[in-house]
Design a protein around this ligand. Structure first.
Ligand code: NAD
Ligand code: DAU
Length: 352
């Protein structure tokens, strides 16, 4: 018997695919509907191992398509939504913000409207869970940490679009009593991340003897969390998070970009039987990202104390696993790095 039907948006992307896999495997009595339009960042190969599961359905479609979303709500009678679909890459948002506004803001409103329409007046046993980012809180100096009370101060088109969607989710909770919950997470890393993001890009470039592009002086700091630990946190917030609340999720694991890149170089030298120091020779300092946020750091004590979540993996172990995954999944990389990605890469890095 099906206990719940859950809509997961963006389930073919990096984090979404790990969330879909966790839910499909862990909850055989849930029906999981994955809605994804399959942009350059969405890839059904990420879900090959579970695509034939009897409790899993894939729907290809756009969250900004009002008619489609209305039809899907009518067809499946969702009990819950875990909303991950988004444009997610800061550099692309700087180059061309409009798609970020459309997907991240209008797409979210469209889902909120459909949930409100189809769930009213009885919100019992319903939950609209919006996945967001620590970038909405802005940028820190050497000191300080983001808590759930930190005022929003987004500084890129990407983070502004995510902040806007968070505000709308809270507004629907406040105004219409829609049962919503939000989590804001730090930088994820691990298998299946599109190679435009720092860690897979560095691994790929080292492997292929290409320059390793470091923005500015490499002194920006990010807090890194293994993607499967984020998926575990999402499971806990979806099931036990309190309606109307926000939960910060992070790895308590701050790294300067240049230190992280040097660590990756050392791991890659060992894996590729290169002389220690060989890969680091490829480090190339390039023009900084416009408006580059200096430091993110997240206080995740609320989710740790209230929901009993904590990261399970040490960073070095997670990085080694991640490197091995990319080295063992050459086909995956070749398939995602099609002509469009090559064009993006040339524009992003060879203009410098
Ligand atoms: P991603 O770019 O890897 O995947 C996004 C997915 O959304 C893709 O499968 C894409 O096809 C799909 N999508 C995009 N536009 C869509 C649309 N209009 N309709 C339907 N599907 C669409 O992103 P990710 O890194 O997995 O991030 C997922 C979510 O988590 C995002 O909301 C992001 O803001 C948030 N987040 C990411 C990180 C991180 O470090 N990657 C950290 C915190 C929060
Ligand atoms: O903090 C959470 C956010 O983390 C998510 O909301 C975003 O979706 C996700 O993309 C990520 O954003 P970042 O901008 O922090 O990630 P990115 O991998 O693009 O960059 C990480 C850091 O590395 C950042 O300081 C910029 C730097 N960088 C990045 C690239 C791609 C480089 O120095 N060189 C590069 O080529």
């Amino acid at each position: 018997m099906i206990k719940k039907t859950i809509l997961i948006t963006g389930g073919a992307g990096f984090i979404g695919s790990h969330v879909v896999r966790l839910f499909v495997n862990k909850y055989p009595d849930y029906k999981i509907v994955n809605l994804d339009v399959l942009t350059y960042a969405g890839n059904l190969e990420n879900l090959k191992d579970i695509e034939d599961s009897s409790n899993y359905i894939f729907e290809r479609g756009d969250i900004t398509d009002e008619k489609l979303i209305d039809e899907l709500f009518a067809k499946y009678q969702f009990n819950g939504i875990i909303h991950l679909a988004a444009e997610s890459h800061v550099d692309r948002s700087i180059a061309d913000p409009n798609q970020f506004i459309k997907t991240n803001i209008f797409g979210t409103v469209n889902l909120l409207n459909a949930a409100r329409k189809h769930w009213s007046p009885d919100f019992d046993d319903k939950k609209f869970y919006h996945i967001s980012t620590d970038e909405v809180y802005g940028s820190l100096g050497d000191e300080g940490i983001f808590t759930e009370e930190t005022a929003y101060d987004p500084r890129s088109p990407y983070s502004a679009s995510k902040a806007s969607s968070d505000h709308l989710v809270r507004a629907y909770n406040h105004t219409y009593k829609l049962p919503t919950v939000i989590s804001n997470c730090s930088n994820n890393y691990g298998p299946n991340q599109f190679p435009e993001k720092l860690i897979p890009l560095v691994i790929h470039n080292i492997k292929n003897n290409k320059a390793i592009p470091v923005y500015g002086k490499g002194e920006n700091v990010r807090d890194w969390l293994y993607v499967i630990d984020h998926a575990r946190a999402i499971d806990m917030v979806f099931h036990n998070g309190k309606i109307g609340e926000t939960y910060n999720i992070g790895g308590n694991n701050e790294w300067k970009n240049i230190d992280l890149i040097n660590t990756l170089c050392e791991i890659m030298d060992r894996r590729l039987n290169r002389v220690n120091g060989e890969s680091a020779k490829r480090i190339t300092f390039v023009k900084d990202r416009a408006g580059h946020d200096l430091r993110y750091a997240i206080d995740s004590s609320k989710i740790q104390q209230e929901l009993n979540w904590k990261p399970s993996l040490q960073f070095k172990e997670g990085l080694e696993k991640t490197v091995d995954w990319y080295l063992n999944n050459e086909d995956w990389l070749t398939h995602v790095m099609d002509g469009d990605y090559e064009k993006y890469y040339d524009k992003q890095y060879h203009k410098r």
